[in-house]
Design a protein around this ligand. Structure first.
Ligand code: SDX
Length: 440
């Protein structure tokens, strides 16, 4: 093996440059060059120097991270080195959140303290209800969540002291604890139901189900299968390295904004139908198809490029999304309680046809995390508008873990990408009287 460098020859000038190569933990973890090393490549002294052009960051590493490892070719997802399959099978969401944030699985006492801290911060300031009450009856719960998350920053002004580790940890606990309450209150508002307050004797997901679905009973008792299914779904959605919403969290956080404002921005990115909104789009798509025998006609329209197959494809996974495989198993458990969703048969037929069709396999398009999650959420009684909210709740731990890592990374600066300017060269201002003539 040669030295860990590249030799680049600029054929415009005949000059050569030796540029060092950076590595991750191991080969699959990535290798890169410092993009700023390209700036020395110039055609003249006053040349700005070479940049890399990468719309959508198809091939740009914006961070070094130890939180999550994804190997798209091999369909691998690990949180702090632990395979997602083992965490989904044996862990809980709160334990996984601790792992993402602090890098190690908690010891018994640490888990007990962590759980108690979260449970004791689930309440919201009563004034937050005034914000929620101000929304229209049919306001989208994701819009309500984004709005109230930003509003929360005004209730905890100390959160702006982002260089204080104790302050950051307190806001992290508050956000992980309050997200389910905010989400449930938004859901109750959209249903015209009174708010159901947290029950601290229930688990994190059990309490969330309580705040969503409690009616006149004195105490809500979550169904253990649904409580466990929600735990697994939350674990699967907890982090996913430098995805769109995490990049938004890091970008806003890099300006040293408070974590509530940064989280509102991350949630706004997740709201997009290509990102966290996809599971709802999958449900709309399956409803539009209507029956398994209409799947071939729909697939034919996708192949003309008329629209994308929602819940399929991924920027990183060029193999089956390992989360989709686990979610498919969760579906069986949930349907054992709720009854099988009529959409499941359509989804299974759609997957069967797509995976046998070269149009999809040649583009490495496989089911992603969103393909089956929506069917499960609908079977559990969630309206489709709640699906991105159900994504934002667990991803809060990942967003905060990545935010914390960014703040502690000495190589990180405020996010400010460059551009290639394609606009007009210098031109003089023309007063109104001369504009028509000038344009002619
Ligand atoms: C999530 O990044 C993350 O980690 C995200 C996430 C997370 O945990 O945070 O995993 C969660 O957001 C999952 C993705 C959910 N979105 C969807 O299911 C929406 C449908 N999927 C597509 O929009 C798309 O696959 C993306 C957005 C997910 C990925 O898009 P890319 O990587 O930018 O791929 P591309 O658009 O460049 O497509 C490459 C080719 C194109 O065809 P050609 O131009 O080469 O002919 O594949 C085609 C695309 O048209 N293609 C699809 C397709 N996705 C891509 N064709 C049909 N159906 C699709 N779903």
């Amino acid at each position: 093996m040669g030295s860990d460098t590249l030799t680049i020859t600029d054929n415009r000038t005949g000059k050569s440059y030796v540029i060092p190569v950076l590595y991750g933990t191991y080969a699959a973890a990535g290798a890169a060059i410092w993009a700023t090393d390209l700036r020395q490549i110039k055609v003249s002294e006053d040349d700005f120097g070479l940049m890399s052009y990468d719309p959508g960051f198809m091939n740009t590493a914006a961070a070094r991270s130890r939180v999550t490892f994804v190997d798209g070719e091999r369909g691998i997802l690990r949180y702090r080195g632990y395979p997602i399959e083992q965490l989904a099978e044996q862990s809980t969401y709160l334990e996984t959140a601790y792992l993402l944030l602090y890098g190690e699985l908690p010891l018994r006492e640490q888990l007990k303290e962590w759980t108690e801290e979260i449970i004791h911060h689930t309440m919201l300031h009563e004034s937050i209800k005034k914000f929620l009450d101000g929304f229209h009856y049919d306001a989208h719960p994701m819009g309500m969540l984004i709005g109230t998350l930003g509003a929360l920053s005004t209730f905890y002004p100390e959160a702006r002291h982002i260089h204080d580790l104790v302050v950051r940890r307190k806001q992290t606990i508050r956000l992980i604890a309050k997200m389910p309450t905010l989400a449930a209150f938004a859901y109750r508002h959209s249903r015209g139901l009174p708010y159901a307050y947290p029950d601290n004797d229930l688990s994190y997901t059990g309490n969330f189900l309580n705040m969503l679905f409690k009616t006149t009973e004195l105490r809500y008792t979550p169904h253990p299968v649904l409580e466990r299914a929600l735990n697994v779904l939350f674990i699967l959605h907890a982090d996913h390295e430098q995805n769109c919403s995490t990049s938004a969290m890091r970008g806003i956080g890099s300006a040293h904004a408070d974590p509530y404002s940064a989280l509102a921005g991350a949630a706004a990115a997740l709201y997009g139908p290509l990102h966290g909104g996809a599971s709802g789009e999958v449900l709309r798509m399956l409803g539009e198809i209507g029956a398994p025998n209409r799947v071939p006609g729909y697939v034919a329209r996708v192949k003309t490029g008329e629209f994308k197959l929602m819940g399929f494809g991924h920027r990183v996974y060029k193999n089956y999304d390992p989360r989709a495989r686990i979610i498919k198993k969760v579906a069986e458990e949930v349907f054992g309680v709720t009854g099988i969703s009529p959409l499941l048969e359509i989804a299974l037929e759609l997957e069967r046809l797509a995976l046998a069709d070269d149009y999809f396999t040649s583009r490495q398009l496989y089911p992603n995390v969103d393909f089956y999650s929506g069917i499960i959420y609908q079977a559990m009684g969630f309206p489709v508008e709640m699906f991105p909210v159900l994504f934002a709740i667990p991803r809060t731990a990942g967003w905060l873990a990545q935010w914390e890592e960014m703040l502690q990374d000495p190589e990180q600066k405020i996010s400010r990408p460059r551009q290639i300017y394609d606009g007009d060269d210098l031109r003089e201002y023309a007063p109104l009287s001369r504009r028509g003539a000038q344009a002619a």
